[in-house]
Design a protein. Structure first.
Length: 529
């Protein structure tokens, strides 16, 4: 029999037992710092392997391992690995006969567990699989160590382990590892009020040590436990937010965050919409790739893409209005990975050299802090923005646009009339390169924002939004046509949505028709040019 811990099925179907949890608990009870998931996974696997070895040794100690080539006598106690280590006693013996094999013996064995008696070959000198290894066919170990098992099934084991620990109140994930909640010091509301005051007074993210210096916790509590306890308390209180500053995790007050991070506006929140992406044409898929919306589900960037020094993106209305920059698939590799909620970065104005504080929010896939920069340079919706990493200055990026001679361009102007979004054409000043299909502005930004915030919850199906806006955009074109990019840009004035679900509405059914060059029209319209 192959040992259970040596099989793929055993680890692929792994569930943790109370014995596993006790083993982890006993290890963590003496820990003074969080233990990473790799170490805990090793403890689980090694414990399982050692326990199986102990059980096997106990079974083997009951008698001799049965191998057909060995000769046995009445009264011998045998262990049969091929039969799940069942134990039996030899109660009889006779000569065997088979013309195909040399002389051998046949023993009668009575099993302890069932009382059943069965016959087996003995003194059998011909080749037989049970004569090899530990008396079990195919018993050669595939994984010779705990490290081998982790190399083969580590991802699955770590996943099961993390899910189980998250489910149990006695464990807490903190500081990049796992710790026992009971080992933490008590941090009460008075301590949190002091932490609030320390941060408020300084007006910028502070370290745990800066807060701890004001808390006067009992001296007998080790400093490492004090830090972990405070970090856990701050993480559980929504008033506080973790911020990475120059690679160091610090803490800030949510109410002091710049807009829109304190409370993310609805127009920057995407509620995932299921759609049939396989229905999109090659042209629409290409357009989706060009737009590179941060909420478009794409494969992870190819290895080496993080070495690229810069990325270009196109600005849509929600980000222009709230002064944010989308973390698109091309922007993300430029930014630092973090376990904090936010990352504090420096943005350098590529035109004037001014330094701007940027706040990276991986959860919301945006960088905040660019409202004044957009206004100063009169950046319109549809502008191409360039973000470049400064290799010689960590956490610092140059932000720029593609300048051109000032020119008045026709643009769609959004306004709210009778509680609905309408569009008209008008001229605006543009001094940078733009995607003309995305170019738009608003007559009254506050009214448009209020209209977006007043949308029902949950939002209506995306096809209803498309059906409401398509005629408004079609009336601006001589042949009643709407470019797919224009529709995407307009939809995002009233609700946040990547291009995929919008393009799927165009592709599904027979309401809309592709008339070429990215333009669409309703089938009821005269499609002739």
């Amino acid at each position: 029999m192959v040992w259970q811990t040596q099989t793929e099925a055993y680890w692929q179907q792994l569930t943790l037992t109370e014995e596993d949890i006790d083993r982890l608990y006993n290890h963590l009870i003496d820990a003074t710092e969080p233990v990473d998931i790799d170490k805990l996974a090793y403890l689980v696997v090694d414990g399982r392997v050692r326990e199986e070895e102990r059980q096997r040794r106990e079974l083997l100690a009951k008698g001799k391992i049965y191998r057909p080539k060995e000769d046995y006598n009445i009264g011998d106690v045998l262990v049969f690995p091929a039969l799940d280590y069942v134990v039996g006693t030899v109660v009889g013996k006779r000569s065997g006969h088979n013309p195909a094999y040399p002389d051998f013996q046949v023993i009668q064995v009575k099993f302890e567990d069932t009382g059943e008696t069965r016959e087996f070959a003995a003194a059998f000198n011909a080749s037989h699989p049970l004569n090899e290894g530990n008396g079990s066919p195919g018993s050669q170990a595939r994984f010779t160590s705990t490290e081998d098992i982790l190399a083969a099934f580590g991802d699955r084991i770590r996943q099961v382990l993390a899910e189980e620990l998250e489910r149990r109140d006695e464990f807490v994930y903190i500081g990049g590892g796992w710790f026992l909640r009971d080992s933490l010091a008590e941090i009460h509301v008075g301590h949190l009020n002091i932490a609030d005051a320390v941060i408020d007074l300084k007006g910028e993210p502070v370290t745990l040590d800066e807060i701890l210096s004001q808390l006067d916790l009992p001296a007998e509590i080790p400093p490492s436990i004090q830090r972990l306890s405070l970090e856990d308390a701050l993480a559980k209180d929504d008033n506080f937010v973790s911020v990475e500053v120059q690679g160091e995790k610090r803490w800030f007050l949510r109410r002091l965050l710049p807009a829109p991070l304190g409370q993310i506006p609805r127009l920057l929140q995407y509620e995932p919409i299921p759609y049939r992406r396989d229905q999109l044409s090659i042209a629409l898929l290409q357009m989706e790739w060009e737009l590179d919306d941060e909420w478009t589900d794409v494969e992870e960037p190819e290895e080496g893409s993080s070495l690229l020094p810069s990325a270009t993106l196109v600005l849509i209305y929600p980000h222009r209005h709230y002064g944010t920059l989308p973390m698109t698939s091309r922007v993300r590799p430029l930014l630092p990975e973090t376990q904090a909620e936010l990352v504090y970065i420096t943005l350098i104005d590529g035109r004037w050299g001014d330094r701007i504080t940027g706040w990276v929010s991986p959860r919301h896939r945006l960088i905040a802090g660019l409202k004044e920069w957009y206004e100063k340079h009169k950046i319109p919706v549809g502008a191409y923005i360039i973000l470049e990493r400064k290799v010689d200055e960590p956490f610092t990026y140059v932000i720029d646009y593609r300048p051109r001679r000032m020119k008045r361009e026709w643009a769609r102007i959004a306004r709210v009339e009778d509680d609905r979004l309408t569009f008209e054409m008008g001229k605006i000043e543009v001094s940078c390169e733009v995607d003309e299909h995305l170019l738009l502005t608003t007559a009254d930004p506050e009214a448009v924002e209020a209209h977006a915030e007043a949308q029902p919850d949950p939002l209506p199906p995306i096809h209803e939004t498309v059906e409401a806006l398509f005629p408004e955009l079609a009336k601006l074109h001589p042949q009643g046509r709407v470019h797919a990019k224009t529709l995407y840009s307009a939809v995002n004035v009233v609700r946040r949505c990547p291009p995929g679900p919008i393009f799927a509405v165009l592709s599904a059914g027979d309401r809309y028709e592709d008339v070429g060059d990215g333009y669409w029209a309703t089938r009821s319209e005269d499609l002739s040019t």
